[in-house]
Design a protein around this ligand. Structure first.
Ligand code: HEM
Length: 479
C-alpha cells in the first residue's frame, strides 16, 4: 500500500518497458552490458530504474545518502551464496554482524587506510621487481605475470605468505576459482537467476546448465581457498614465526577467514592490461613517460625507480589516472541496494531497489573529458601537479573504485601497486604493437573478457631498453 501511495505521488524513474519474468535482461549484450545501460541513459535521462549514468547523481545518492544506499542487493547475496562465495566482503549486507576479516570492514580499514598502506611498499616494490624478471624471461605470458604480481602482493599483506615462483598451489587454486567465478558472477547471470531461481535446481548434466556445474566447482574450491592461507598463519603463529600480517593481527583478536584475495587482485591485473593497451596504441605517451623516468633515474639505468621518485613523475601519475578512466575494469561497479524508500528529484526509488553505477558511461562524459575515447594523460596534469598522487579528490577518477560506504577499501594499495608496476615496466621495456595487429587509438575492435570485471586481450611485444644483464644485476642488488 505504502509503495502504491508513493508511486502515485512520485513516479518510478524512467526506463525501457520490462518484459514479464525477465524484466529488462533481454536486449543486454551479456559481455558488454554497460553499452545497453549507456544507451538507455541517453534515451531516458540520468537515472534508469536501477542504473545511474551520471557522476553527479551517483555522488548525490551513493555518497551523500550513503546510509540508505550501502547494502548489497539480496539477489546478488543469494547468487554468490549459491556459488560458494558467502564469505565475500563485496556482498555482505551493510548490517551484517558476522566477524570475519573482510565482513568486518573495520579490520580491513585498519589494515588498508591511507597512512597504513605505506608500510606495504617494500612488498609491492619487491613484487614489481619479480614481475620485471618474469617479463624478461617469458613476455608472451605477460597476463600470468600480472596476475601473480597482484595476487602475491595481497596474500603477502594478508597472510605473510610468500608464493613460490612457479605453480604455487594457492595461486593455482585462486586462478581456477577466478576463471569460473568471473563468468558466473556477471550481473546478467545474477539477474536471470534472481528472476528464475528455479533454474538453480536444474541438474548439472542438463544442457545449458553450465552455471550449475560452475557452482559445484566453486563451492568445492571456496573452503580450500579460505583454509590454506588461514592455516598457514595459524601454524606460523603457533610456531612463533608469524611476521605481522593483516590476518595474524586480526586473529589475535577474533577468528577470521576470507576468500577475497582473488577478486581483489583481479582488478589490479585488469588495469595493468589497460595500461599495456594504452602504451601500445599511444607510443607518443610512452615516449614522454620514459623521458620523464630517464630524467629522474638516469638514461643508463644508474638505479631503479623508487617511491621517493613518485613526486617527480607527474606524467606517470597522470597515466595511472587515465588508465583508470579510459577503460574502467569494473564498468558497472558492484551493485548497491537501498535500505529504505527514497525520493530523488521527484522520482520514487523503492526500498530494496538494486542501484548500479554505470562507471563506464561516466568516463565517457564529453563535458568533463573532451574526446573521451582517447587516452590523454595530459587531462589530469593540473591535478597530479598539485595533489599528493594517492589522495583522490572528488573531481578525479575515484568513481573507478565505487561510491559511498562500499567504496573499494583496497584503492590506496591498488594505486601504489599500479605505480610500482607501471614505473618499472616503462623503465625496462619499450612496449610495441605486434605486427599485423591493426587497432586504432579508440581501441575499437579490441576483444574484452566478459564478467563483473573485464580486461582487453591482445598481443604485445616487450622490447628491453637495457641489457638483460644490467636489469637483473640492478634488481638483485636491490634484493
Ligand atoms: C585497480 C584496482 C581496483 C579497482 C579498479 C577496484 C574497484 C572496486 C570497485 C568498483 C568496488 C565496488 C565498490 C562499490 O560497491 O561501490 C570494489 C570493492 C572492493 N574492493 Fe576493490 N578495486 C581494486 C583493487 C582492490 C584491491 C587491491 C583490494 C584489496 C587489497 C580491493 C578490495 C576491495 C574490497 C574488499 C571491496 C568490497 C568493499 C565493500 O563491499 O564494502 N580492491 N573495488
Amino acid at each position: 500500500l505504502q509503495k502504491k501511495r508513493h508511486t502515485k505521488k512520485h513516479p518510478l524513474p524512467p526506463g525501457p518497458p520490462p518484459l514479464p519474468f525477465v524484466g529488462n535482461v533481454i536486449g543486454i549484450d551479456p559481455d558488454r552490458p554497460w553499452l545497453a545501460y549507456s544507451r538507455w541513459g541517453t534515451e531516458y535521462g540520468e537515472i534508469d530504474i536501477v542504473i545511474i549514468n551520471s557522476e553527479r547523481v551517483a555522488h548525490d545518492l551513493l555518497d551523500r545518502r550513503s546510509h540508505n544506499y550501502s547494502t548489497r542487493p539480496p539477489g546478488l547475496v543469494h547468487h554468490l551464496g549459491f556459488f560458494g562465495h558467502d564469505y565475500d566482503s563485496y556482498i555482505v549486507p551493510s548490517s551484517s554482524r558476522t566477524y570475519h576479516v573482510f565482513t568486518d570492514r573495520r579490520i580491513f580499514h585498519e589494515a588498508f587506510h591511507l597512512e597504513a598502506v605505506s608500510s606495504f611498499r617494500p612488498i609491492q616494490m619487491r613484487n614489481a621487481h619479480s614481475l620485471i624478471l618474469n617479463l624478461l624471461a617469458s613476455p608472451e605470458v605477460y597476463g600470468t605475470h600480472f596476475h601473480i604480481f597482484s595476487t602475491a602482493i595481497i596474500i603477502s599483506i594478508m597472510y605473510d605468505y610468500a608464493i613460490v615462483p612457479i605453480d604455487d598451489p594457492f595461486v593455482t587454486l585462486i586462478e581456477r576459482s577466478l576463471e569460473i567465478g568471473i563468468k558466473a558472477l556477471r550481473p546478467e547471470v545474477t539477474a536471470i537467476l534472481t528472476e528464475l531461481p528455479i533454474l538453480k535446481k536444474v541438474p548439472p548434466w542438463f544442457p545449458g546448465a553450465s552455471f550449475v556445474r560452475d557452482a559445484i566447482v566453486l563451492r568445492t574450491l571456496a573452503p580450500m581457498i579460505m583454509d590454506i592461507p588461514f592455516e598457514h598463519v595459524k601454524n606460523n603463529m603457533a610456531a612463533g614465526t608469524a611476521a605481522p600480517s593483516m590476518v595474524s593481527d586480526a586473529l589475535k583478536r577474533i577468528p577470521v577467514k576470507t576468500q577475497d584475495e582473488g577478486e581483489a587482485a583481479v582488478q589490479t591485473t585488469s588495469t595493468l592490461y589497460v595500461f599495456l593497451l594504452a602504451m601500445v596504441l599511444y607510443p607518443e605517451v610512452q615516449t614522454r613517460a620514459q623521458a620523464e623516468i630517464d630524467s629522474v633515474i638516469g638514461e643508463t639505468l644508474e638505479r631503479s625507480p623508487d617511491w621517493d621518485d613518485r613526486a617527480s613523475m607527474p606524467y606517470v601519475n597522470a597515466i595511472i589516472l587515465e588508465m583508470l578512466r579510459w577503460f574502467p575494469v569494473v564498468p558497472l561497479g558492484i551493485g548497491h541496494a537501498t535500505v529504505n524508500d527514497d525520493i530523488y528529484e521527484g522520482y520514487y526509488i523503492p526500498k530494496g531497489a538494486t542501484v548500479i553505477a554505470n562507471t563506464w558511461f561516466m568516463t565517457r562524459n564529453p563535458d568533463k573529458y573532451p574526446n573521451p575515447t582517447r587516452f590523454i594523460p595530459e587531462r589530469h596534469m593540473s591535478k597530479v601537479a598539485v595533489e599528493e598522487p594517492s589522495t583522490h579528490g572528488p573531481d578525479d577518477v575515484s568513481f573507478a573504485f565505487g561510491f559511498g560506504r562500499r567504496i573499494c577499501v583496497g584503492r590506496h594499495v591498488a594505486d601504489a601497486s599500479l605505480f610500482a608496476a607501471v614505473v618499472n615496466i616503462l623503465t625496462v621495456f619499450r612496449l610495441e604493437r605486434a605486427p599485423g595487429w591493426n587497432v586504432g587509438p579508440d581501441a575499437e575492435g579490441v576483444e574484452w573478457t566478459g564478467g563483473i570485471s573485464t580486461h582487453p586481450v591482445f598481443p604485445c611485444i616487450f622490447t628491453p631498453r637495457h641489457t638483460k644483464e644490467r636489469v637483473s644485476q640492478l634488481i638483485k642488488m636491490q634484493c
